[in-house]
Design a protein around this ligand. Sequence first.
Ligand SMILES: Cc1ncc(COP(=O)(O)O)c(C=O)c1O
Length: 415
Amino acid sequence: MGLLTDLRFVRDDFPVLRYEKVIYFDNAATSLKPVQVIDAVKNYYERMSSNVHRGVHRLSMEASRLYEEAHEEVRRFINAKYLEEVVFTSGTTQSLNLAAYMLGLKLSERDNVVISVMEHHSNLLPWITLSQLRGFKVRIVDIRDDYTLNYEILSELIDRNTKVVALTQMSNVLGTKVDIKRVSKIVRESDALLVVDGAQSVPHMPISVVDLDVDFMAFSGHKMLGPTGIGVLYIRKDVQELLKPSFTGGGIVESVLYDGNGFTVKLLESPWRFEPGTPDISGAIGLAEAVRYLRRLGMDSVVSHERELVGYMISRIKNDEVLAGKLTTYGPQTLEDRGGIISFNVVNSNPHIVASFLDTYNIAVRSGYHCAHPLHQRIRADEGTVRVSFYIYNTLDEVDAMVEVLKEYVRKVTK
Ligand SMILES: Cc1ncc(COP(=O)(O)O)c(C=O)c1O
């Protein structure tokens, strides 16, 4: 309870919570932004508005300094060893596409890539697209009955032709945490590279890419208090030597020489060689501020806070006479195996109808398939699910308010 009380003061930093009457439980889609992040973005546009890495004038140099500093903030946040390993993208989707293109284009028909049934389409469709181009197989690891990853099947599916294992660290539907340390131990027994979708994990728990021993880690700024349009692909330094940037253009070369017959291209050092074109400069500066904000709170506090909210919501649903037997929840029962996401259905009710009912009481949740169609097929939630996802500014009172509205809905439809 202590940590929860401490975190409550953060609500004042979020203008949406001041201006709008809303219980915001759609954090897995995107988080709210604190005033510190909004001010950092505004400051860039008001005081610099200049491009990076291209000018020797003062405003461009200041923008470049802040842009590079943002890489350093993110490096520290995920405990990467080198700044060169932190590549800015437009978000997780672009990060995973970049990884899939750089790795997948080199594969052939005898190779395979292993993913899980829990993947968001961002970590599924790029591999399917590349497999159609190159002819390799995509193998799917199942979940167990308790909604955790089936690590035994993962071990069985990896063979000497497995070139990539690409897994989420936290399901955006089930809230299931995947033990990436355990996964990397399994993967290191093969020649495969490990790509991790950290979209739902990096914003919500302490991350050390070194301890986890991963090769790639993708995540989005907008789910961790930062602006939309900025994301990260961590690429381990020694793996970079095997890679060619899939996307090229301005700002990534030291020189391009033409000798009458052909071109000699000398790329800049990393991470700049992986960031062609004008980047999202204000987004990067905003992301750095978001990272500072989270670091001040402490990621361990974020974990305990969300665990308290999830535990509370689960017990309220379980012990309520009106809701008993009327709600199906999906995801692990043990709090250690899950993050701050709970998906459910009210029996015989379409999830969009439930979400719309909650919205009439200013409670924002997500409904549908959450870009994870195969998973919904697997858990037999044919019409999708209602998803509640927590973050640092949510409170137990808000959970109580939602439970009351759900009870009212259940009473209404079972009358
Ligand atoms: C697990 C997971 N992966 C990838 C994504 C895609 O993130 P973005 O839309 O920021 O690219 C999401 C977004 O919901 C997600 O939850």
